[in-house]
Design a protein around this ligand. Structure first.
Ligand code: PHE
Length: 436
């Protein structure tokens, strides 16, 4: 359970959700995002955990075993295979952003933020983005941290550390929120995030919200399946899932509220994009009492949260290689680590020297990887797992695994078999221009 929480809580909550809220027009996005968490995220997380616990294997072999048990076509294993590749594609940019966080620990240590204003905070961030060498240095550091753990297969200690560090992250966020409520423009922030304005809901906001529900809960790529396979038999899948999903969502929204209070009080741009937290939070740390220490602690905790998520992005692939070939853990960590590192270098360059290179629909390398994984690959993995659990596996097996009684099980079945697949399908049809 701790490991799953460690995978779910990461840059998705602290870096990505806040800026996506701004880019997608505020409250409309928040509303759809929360709906996606409840009607798609929670049921599909239960599904992924149950698949993992029943299969007791890495995602690819696990799906193969489950297909065999259900007398179904072995091609289902490629759902697991696709997930592993998706994880690596995500890590390609995740590690670069993890590197930004590491570099901000360094800035915070040097007290760079002291009395900083919005313009300087932005200039500071822009200078970081303009320097490929610095970015590659920090991206490399983040990759070394991640692959170091994966190569040794020692993430148990790290998982136990989650026990203290996730609550610590919550505490720091509450302090931050308290501070930004006191000095920032909390009323506007609350209105921006939570006013019920249905008119602003656009198809693009729905698309991004659904994709982000998958990203934030680590769904659709097998990470949750791997951790599900470690979950003890006597633990309730439903309860565990609901706790994790609620904590994950609450954390992201807390950061959002704190950030937008600062954004509006300092007349910054809500739609600033991926740099948002790096351009706003230093202002708070630079002015609040004890801001030096709190800033260092904050970025350390975020780096830790990102680290545990990054490990879960590569673990499925590494597990599959080591269980199926003679390649050792260390060797596969090197191979995969180098490949992902190279991808990350391309992502780094897409923020500066290669920013003019567009892959599809005018998106640069970073944006392409981000959109491809969040809005296509993760929901695709999710819908396939939902259909598999809902229509291919034996109903008794599923019920036995979930351990739910009538009403609960019915609720899961309706959302897993009908609501979630239709929602994902509708989004795909829109994406491919079939419905407008
Ligand atoms: N959920 C993680 C986060 O919010 C990212 C992640 C996505 C991790 C998919 C694993 C799988 O940062």
């Amino acid at each position: 359970m701790l490991a799953t929480a460690g995978s779910a809580i990461g840059l998705g909550n602290i870096w990505k959700l806040p800026y996506m809220i701004g880019v997608n027009g505020g409250s409309a996005f928040v509303l759809v995002f929360i709906a996606c968490i409840f009607f798609v995220g929670i049921p599909l997380m239960m599904t992924e955990v149950l698949l993992g616990r029943r299969a007791q294997k890495n995602p690819l072999d696990g799906m193969a075993a489950l297909a065999k048990e259900a007398n179904a076509n072995p091609v289902w294993r490629y759902v697991g295979g696709m997930g592993m590749i998706t994880g690596l594609l995500i890590l390609g940019f995740y590690s670069v952003i993890g590197g930004w966080v590491l570099s901000y620990i360094w800035f915070a240590l040097q007290d760079t933020f002291l009395n900083i204003d919005g313009a300087h905070a932005k200039a500071n961030f822009d200078a970081l983005l303009a320097s490929p060498v610095t970015l590659i240095f920090w991206h490399t550091a983040f990759m070394v941290l991640t692959m170091g753990v994966v190569a040794n297969g020692v993430n148990q200690g790290l998982e136990r550390a989650n026990n203290i560090l996730i609550p610590a992250l919550f505490v720091i966020l509450l302090i931050l929120l308290g501070y930004s409520m006191a000095v920032g423009d909390f009323a506007t922030s609350r209105h921006f995030m939570f006013s019920l304005d249905f008119s602003k809901i656009t198809p693009v906001a729905v698309l991004s919200a659904l994709g982000h529900a998958f990203f934030s809960l680590s769904l659709g790529m097998g990470a949750v399946m791997v951790y599900g396979s470690y979950l003890r038999r006597d633990v309730s899948i439903a309860r565990t899932t609901i706790y994790i999903a609620l904590a994950d969502t609450a954390l992201g929204l807390l950061v959002g509220l704190a950030i937008y209070s600062l954004v509006f009080a300092n007349h910054l741009e809500p739609a600033a994009g991926p740099g948002l937290i790096f351009q706003t939070l230093p202002i708070a740390f630079g002015h609040m009492p004890g801001g030096h220490v709190i800033g260092v602690l904050f970025f350390l905790l975020v780096a830790f949260a990102a680290w545990t998520s990054a490990i879960s992005l590569v673990e499925p692939a590494i597990a599959w290689i080591t269980e199926n070939t003679r390649i050792t853990r260390l060797q596969s960590a090197w191979m995969i680590g180098l490949t992902v590192w190279l991808l990350g270098v391309a992502v780094v360059l897409s923020f500066n020297d290669w920013s003019h290179i567009k892959i599809v629909f005018g998106l640069n390398i970073f944006e392409t990887l981000d959109k491809l994984t969040s809005t296509i690959l993760l929901p695709l993995g999710g819908i396939l797992m939902a259909l598999f659990a809902g229509y291919v596996m034996k109903k008794d097996h599923v019920q036995e695994e979930l351990g739910l009684h009538d009403t609960g099980f019915k609720g899961w079945r309706i959302t897993n078999n009908i609501v979630a697949p239709i929602a994902i399908l509708a989004v795909f049809l829109y994406l491919f221009g079939v419905i407008k």
